[in-house]
Design a protein around this ligand. Structure first.
Ligand code: DC
Length: 213
């Protein structure tokens, strides 16, 4: 079983895929973390928007980098979105993601029944043959508010207007890039979560998956 979940920043993909992974006993890969780790590495080397810097960062990516502190920070998100627009970077990271989908690692319960991946291009590029594809969206205002609350709960300082600005910029960069832009696969189920809570989104996803089985 492979479930592909795509959508813009802060749309709730992480919450949904955690629930799906537990429900179906799947290995889960948040592919945004891979781009974030490359983004942070690139920031250490130089300008993340510079192809040479970003490619060097992608080539040196190691598994341990995916656990480091700071990956969820807004700076890492911005750098991730910059390196993600570079085709050579995406090429390097594609293999890793496909390998995870077809040979998912065991989880704490032992062998799994498949994989759930979330990102921007899972249904369109990474796993175009996935039997279940979901595209999760919500208005930029709703997503900014969710991110704001999340940061507040973590005790981090946050400015609403700056978060909204960052989300709008990131959407624009993710949607307008020439390679693997953020867009729903033609066969994806689109769920607008603007007026839904996490349980309602999960229920809608399960409904779709059972309708396809
Ligand atoms: O989901 P996220 O906010 O953690 O992702 C960070 C950035 O990484 C996002 O702005 C675009 C990029 N990304 C991508 O281009 N393709 C993916 N499959 C996942 C993330």
């Amino acid at each position: 079983m492979i479930i592909a979940v795509d959508g813009p920043a802060a749309s709730g993909k992480g919450t949904l895929t955690r629930k799906l992974a537990e429900h179906f006993n799947l290995a889960r890969l948040d592919t945004g973390m891979i781009y974030r780790a490359v983004g942070l590495k690139a920031l250490e080397i130089g300008d993340p928007a510079d192809e040479n810097v970003a490619v060097e960062a992608a080539r040196s990516l190691a598994f341990d980098d995916l656990d480091q502190a700071g990956l969820r920070d807004e700076a890492a998100g911005k750098a991730a979105s910059q390196v993600a627009a570079i085709p050579a970077v995406r090429d390097i990271l594609l293999k890793f993601q496909r390998n995870f989908a077809t040979n998912p690692p065991n989880n704490k319960n032992g062998p799994v029944n498949g994989a759930v991946l979330d990102g921007r291009d899972i249904g369109t590029v990474v796993c175009p043959d996935a039997p279940y594809k979901l595209f999760i969206s919500a208005s930029s205002e709703v997503r900014a508010e969710r991110r704001y609350k999340e940061l507040q709960e973590r005790g981090e300082e946050a400015i609403r207007s700056a978060i909204l600005r960052d989300i709008i910029d990131r959407d624009e960069r993710d949607r307008s890039r020439t390679v693997a832009p953020l867009e729903p696969a033609t066969d994806a189920e689109i769920i607008d979560t603007s007026d839904m809570d996490a349980d309602a989104v999960f229920a809608a996803a399960l409904n779709f998956i059972s309708s396809q089985s």
